[in-house]
Design a binder for this molecule. Sequence first.
Ligand code: GDP
Length: 407
Amino acid sequence: MNELIKLVICGHVDHGKSTLIGRLLLDTKSLTNEKVQELENVASLNKKEPDLAFLTDQFEEERRENKTIDTTEIYFKTKKRRYCLIDTPGHIEFIKNMMTGATHADAGILVIDVAEGIKEQTMRHLVFLRSVGIKKIIVCVNKMDLVDFDCRRFRDVEKSILEFLVRLGITPLYILPLSAKKGVNILKNAKALAWFGGPSLIKALDVLVPEIRKGHRPLRLPIQDVYRKDGETIFVGQVESGGVKTGQKIVALPSGEETQVTSIKIFERKKRTAFAGENIGLTFKDAKTIVRGTIICQKENPPCACDHFTASVFWLAPEPLSNNKKMILRSVTQEVGCQCECIETRIDASAFKVLEPNAQYLKENELGKVSFRTERLVVLEPFDSIAPMGRFILECRGAVCGVGIIG
Ligand code: GDP
């Protein structure tokens, strides 16, 4: 039960995202008795069916009051494991955490109202998910009760969403018909949807594979902190890819310094090995250049450090991105000043259509192929080979203004 899957959920306003979140909490019995009672009280007061969106609105209110990140992350559990739902886009802290390696989202849930079909915002959200590297997507075609659970209406929406996803290079894991309000096809398959051969939403979620896996991947360990204890220098970080073992020869990038791991500790206990997803402390035989932001890699076939690169950028700030604009780039624990050198293409995120090549600017919610120059060498790799090393955020005056992936 320790496994936690992180899901980002999005969809056009009023398509039923809050109701679906409430429904997932209720049907998986993840609510406290007080919350269930509160829901029933509000419903009987208004002489209506319980409004599940009320639960999500309440979480949002609590978040605003507490101003903490934790309360915006809504947790529910199934028999198999725990889930964390994050409302996005708009949750800038989450985006920042995800792009700098603090959080990994395993998949995205997109909610579409069957009666309304795809809207501009739906497409923008999908492009956004794609830009932050989330390719595992479950599409929920909601409000099926409004069309009498009609197969044809579902297939029409399914066809149009598939056309758009193909253009984005995304194959959805599932496209599911359901009704969040009535609780149809959430926990288990329903008679009303007997024509649908696929799983219920919970079944579809329970077969998801978490993003981080052990396996034979090359070592990437970004150093987060360095401190001295009992005369020893300890380097702390999260293994982002592959594994590391005591005695292993490594190369520290971007300096290129070569050394050897002398010890590994996890929670004060000595270990011989550590794998992706684990936070560790380690010591090296020699470490003249290793600081916060250094990437520890295996000696064989290390990646290249570079000071210019091209990436797909999703621009989030009201002030446009323009040539020569200076920003701060953060990728895992790396932080470096950078400058926009050229906007090679400007793409309309809601239609995924190239607007112009060699553009002068990129506006809010637009996507572009952009080349950058950094003030120092950084380690960036194709997103499709090592995801955490292939994504970054851009900051202007301390605020996130864009997100990008390599490739
Ligand atoms: P959000 O803006 O995407 O969070 O949408 P809400 O969850 O607030 O839902 C918008 C409206 O759609 C509310 O009036 C809901 O009661 C209604 N709604 C949500 N899901 C369903 C559904 O499955 N069937 C029907 N008939 N209405 C729904």
